[in-house]
Design a binder for this molecule. Structure first.
Ligand code: WTA
Length: 654
């Protein structure tokens, strides 16, 4: 980065009045955290979060890596997100401006949101949901989705949101994994003018068996389409909530009480239920929403993520509400009715802080270059102040376009590196303090001890790549893998790394500036359009098609728009298909994977071989498969390859 890196200094306007203004202010925070990590986070916890019972100790490391933050403090997340703003006289402020797929707009004030959350919380209680119970939420983007999450938080139930693009089988796994007592869903979801089923998938998941813990399914009526109804189990949300009181005393919980579980992909085995706390998580969400987005009272914030992913948890449901911000929630997709939808919404709602994923930006660049009408310059984006990026590395070309055409060259871009497990931002610029380098997520958030080390946990010098770790615990960090503490320890705190948190990404720090650049996952986790998926999960989905598949290996192929695409190499039980037959089987397998995991996991490229390239000891040579997927000439040593002839077969595209 050093020689040719383009550096954008902090614009005067971004520095002026910023929560963290100027590099000295950033360094002061870093120094404060360095001097006394616990005291630093303790100060922020008191400033940003309201406690029912104050905590007496910030950090308890006695059972490391099962760290505890603010343990003897009690609080309620929904009280922090709603009541306290109403109590401060902010009840009439718009909390959520919801724009539906068809453009219909609905403004919800903090008072409204509190009343709706309370009615929903009372409805859950009336159905017997209590503190500590798990509730699965399988909904699309909606105010009701946020209300459902907040209502769980209000009564101390732990929610587990499942992204609406997951299949019945994935949903069932998550319901059984958490032994959920309730599922909250909608009749259908509406995206890009299409009605897509949700309740029917819940029915299918329940029919697969093992979901006996679920007593009730609450259904939000979104489209009104006729749906199957199981009278002993299914309840309309509007009927359940209408007679309920619009006040509900919050359940005060200990800071370590699990606020939510969110399943995410790892390199091996089934998806992991990442368990987050209430107190520490909320502190991280509130502080990072304030500093990274520099949110002020009159800002209009828009995070385009889905509530089914962690970004939607921290930067829609909890962070912005905890600090009393106004935000946009969008039901639809960026390309409907045309690829100018984002720009039109920014213009219409005078969005000042916009947070989206590189994949979206890259696909909108393509569309804008083909059609002037959907180019950002055809809209008035003068309200924008700060731009953000999340979920995958943003390549410098996309960064420059975002900066110039969306941000008008004025707006700092915060390239935020973090993970489901980290709860909130880990490495990110602060818009009023950090000079920017396209493609670099710059410097750690103050209080995050990020570092680059070798396989034994020793620091590597700047300029050399290594493993990204975090040397000290932080409040928003993962607390456990639901029901699997051993896996929690071995996945994130491997013994050879001195007790550091292992992120699973590679990173390199610039020799001069120390700026971080993320070089990608070091494990078999793929990032497709910002969606995280394990190659093993897709492989097991493929081989579970026992009628057809004998063996499968999945790798990622770099892709200009989606970051990576899924490429599967398959050995069938029958003869290797070619031509039309191969295309037919490939389609069948794609649909199979969509059923097993969800449409987002469909392999784009499926190739067939009589066998897979293996070493003499029988190990699949994945590195070789990655080269083949990229259509690269093979330069690797294949002398140990058992069956070199299959390589030609696997190079054939279908
Ligand atoms: C990747 C999403 C580069 C990374 C919040 C990480 C990024 C994984 C960035 C987590 C970024 C996320 N630059 N890579 N700014 N943000 N990643 O759990 O590989 O869905 O480990 O959390 O996305 O994905 P997850």
């Amino acid at each position: 980065m050093s020689e040719k890196a383009i550096i954008y200094s902090v614009p005067e306007a971004a520095m002026k009045g910023a929560h963290v203004s100027g590099m000295p202010a950033y360094l002061k925070l870093v120094a404060e955290a360095d001097a006394d990590h616990g005291a630093y986070w303790g100060r922020l916890a008191r400033e940003f979060v309201s406690w029912k019972t104050p905590f007496t100790e910030s950090l308890d490391e006695r059972e490391a890596p099962f760290f505890k933050w603010f343990e003897d403090g009690t609080l309620n997340a929904s009280f922090n997100c709603l009541d306290r703003h109403v109590e401060r006289g902010q009840g009439d402020k718009v909390a959520i401006l919801f724009e539906a797929d068809d453009g219909r707009i609905n403004r919800v004030t903090y008072s409204d949101l509190l009343a709706r959350t309370c009615r929903m919380a009372n409805a859950l209680k009336a159905r017997g949901v209590k503190k500590g119970d798990r509730v699965v939420i399988y909904m699309s983007m909606s105010v009701e989705g946020v209300v459902a999450m907040q209502a769980c938080a209000r009564i101390g139930a732990t929610h587990s949101v499942v992204f609406g693009g997951f299949s019945a089988q994935s949903l069932r796994e998550r319901i059984t994994g958490a032994s959920a007592v309730m599922v909250i869903t909608a009749d259908e979801q509406l995206r890009g003018g299409k009605q897509l089923p949700l309740k029917a998938i819940v029915d299918e998941a329940m029919a697969l068996g093992g979901c006996e813990s679920v007593k009730d399914v609450i259904v939000y009526r979104r489209t009104g389409r006729q749906i199957a109804w199981e009278a002993s189990r299914d309840r309309w949300m509007h009927e359940e909530t209408q007679a309920q009181a619009d006040t509900c005393d919050p359940e005060w919980v200990g800071a370590e009480h699990p606020l939510f579980i969110l399943y995410t992909s790892g390199s091996t085995g089934n998806p992991k239920g990442v368990q987050h706390s209430t107190g520490g998580y909320l502190v991280h969400a509130a502080v990072s929403s304030t500093w990274t987005f520099d949110l002020k009272d009159d800002d209009v914030f828009w995070c385009t993520a889905d509530i089914g992913w962690v970004t939607g948890h921290t930067y829609i449901t909890y962070g912005p509400l905890a600090i009393g911000a106004t935000q946009i929630i969008f039901e639809g997709v960026p390309t409907y009715p045309d690829a100018g939808r984002f720009w039109k919404m920014i213009q219409d709602h005078k969005v000042s802080v916009f947070y989206t994923a590189p994949t979206a930006i890259r696909s909108l660049i393509k569309a804008a270059e083909a059609n002037e009408a959907v180019h950002p310059r055809s809209y008035d984006l003068g309200s924008l102040r700060i731009l953000g990026s999340v979920g995958e590395p943003i390549n410098p070309a996309a960064w420059e376009w975002y900066h110039q055409h969306v941000g008008g060259g004025r707006c700092p871009i915060v390239d935020t590196f973090w993970q489901t497990e980290t709860g909130g931002h880990m490495i990110t610029p602060l818009p009023g303090a950090t000079p920017l380098v396209p493609g670099s997520c710059t410097l750690p958030f103050p209080g995050i001890a990020a570092a680059v080390v070798d396989e034994t946990g020793n620091d590597v010098p700047n300029g050399q790549g290594g493993l990204l770790v975090v040397k000290k615990p932080w409040p928003g960090m993962i607390r456990n893998i639901w029901g699997d503490p051993e896996r929690f320890k071995s996945s994130y705190f491997p013994p050879e790394l001195k007790g550091y948190y292992l992120a699973g990404d590679g990173a390199i720090r610039d020799a001069e500036s120390g700026y971080f650049t993320i070089t990608g996952r070091i494990d078999d986790v793929l990032n497709v359009s910002g969606h995280r998926m394990g190659t093993m999960e897709i492989e097991s989905a493929l081989v579970s098609c026992t009628a057809l598949v004998a063996e499968a290996a999945v790798v990622g192929r770099p892709d200009e728009t989606t970051g990576e695409t899924i490429c599967a190499f398959v050995v069938l039980k029958g003869p290797r298909p070619t031509g039309d037959e191969a295309r037919k089987v490939a389609t069948e397998l794609r649909n199979w994977v969509a059923k097993a995991i969800g449409p987002i996991a469909k392999p784009k490229d499926i190739r067939f071989g009589d066998n897979l390239p293996k070493t003499r000891s029988g190990k699949i040579m994945r590195r070789l498969l990655r080269s083949i997927a990229k259509d690269e000439a093979i330069t690797q040593d294949i002398s140990t390859l058992e069956n070199p002839a299959v390589l030609d077969q696997l190079m054939e595209r279908n």
